[in-house]
Write a protein that binds this ligand. Structure first.
Ligand SMILES: [Fe+2]
Ligand SMILES: [Fe+2]
Length: 294
């Protein structure tokens, strides 16, 4: 019987060509990094966050627009950045700042072997499902739901790196997986897996450890150590996004469920399916967020 590679731990002996490619990706745009450092500091006041965001008028405008969209879904108009920050919350603003940095770092790289829109739609659906799942779990224990959103949004970021710099490795995995009707990540060859490469980029960008581990281990949640809960939520949200048809590649088999993730996210399958369906039905909310990323 062939070895099940789905739960393999990402390896770290990356080729020098990959290290060079990652080094060539700018550290998050300086402005985004500066804003991020203020926004990620739990000691920062709302006023400090507002002042930091104001350094980037485009980002501030997008945050304001998002807070008035179906993404938030409140009936009154939010006209000040300060109110938008209070409404969205510090962690959520941090996710938005990171997402904005990531999209700008990969702008003008449209030679990737998948549709960028599908990539971000998959990522947004995973983020939304992960967040809703965490809210359900939060009834029982403390979970940072906003952190879950960022992890869901950025979980496949390694795929973007591979797509930009090593497109043929992505194409090979995609074509083999399609022929054998297995998930694409099972046909990636270590160390050039999107999870491992994503972790490398997360290190390059100094992402918080929990976020880095969720990226590294979303296909191997049992390997995530202290962050097994976060990796498990993202793992399950990723599977559900595939179940409801939000995938990056046109034809893609659904990743296999890790029993370890199941034991950390104890919600019945029917409940999870309802969460996924509801997320996808809320199209306006998703579209508002996708336009933030555009
Ligand atoms: Fe993935
Ligand atoms: Fe994914």
């Amino acid at each position: 019987m062939p070895r099940d590679r789905t739960m393999d731990k990402p390896q770290e002996n990356f080729p020098s060509s990959l290290i060079a490619a990652i080094d060539g990706i700018p550290v998050l745009p300086p402005l985004v990094a500066r804003i991020g450092s203020v926004v990620s500091n739990p000691e920062s006041s709302v006023d400090a966050i507002v002042s930091a965001l104001r350094m980037d008028p485009i980002l501030s405008g997008k945050v304001l627009k998002l807070s008035n969209s179906a993404f938030v879904g409140i009936p009154r108009t939010i006209s000040s950045l300060k109110n938008a920050v209070v409404l969205l919350g510090q962690k959520r603003i941090h996710s938005l700042v990171l997402a904005s940095g990531v999209t700008s770092a990969f702008r003008n790289r449209d030679s990737v072997p998948f549709a960028i829109h599908n990539y971000w739609k998959h990522s947004s659906v995973v983020a939304a499902i992960a967040e809703t799942t965490a809210k359900h779990l939060k009834r029982y224990e403390a979970i940072e739901t906003e952190e879950v959103f960022a992890a869901g949004l950025l979980h496949d970021i390694g795929r973007m790196v591979l797509g930009c710099f090593f497109a043929s490795t992505v194409e090979t995995a995609r074509d083999l997986a399609s022929r054998e009707k297995v998930p694409v990540h099972e046909k990636e060859t270590a160390p050039m897996t999107h999870a491992g490469v994503g972790a490398l980029l997360a290190d390059h960008w100094n992402f918080p450890r929990a976020l880095r581990d969720a990226i590294a281990y979303h296909h191997c949640p049992g390997c995530a150590g202290d962050n097994v809960r976060l990796a498990s939520i993202v793992h399950i949200a990723d599977i559900l996004a595939h179940v409801v048809g939000a995938h990056t590649f046109d034809t893609e088999a659904i990743p296999r469920l890790s029993p370890e993730a199941q034991s950390h996210v104890q919600l019945p399958p029917e409940r999870l399916k309802v969460i996924a369906d509801e997320t996808l039905q809320n199209e306006k909310k998703l579209e508002s967020f996708l336009s933030f990323l555009a």
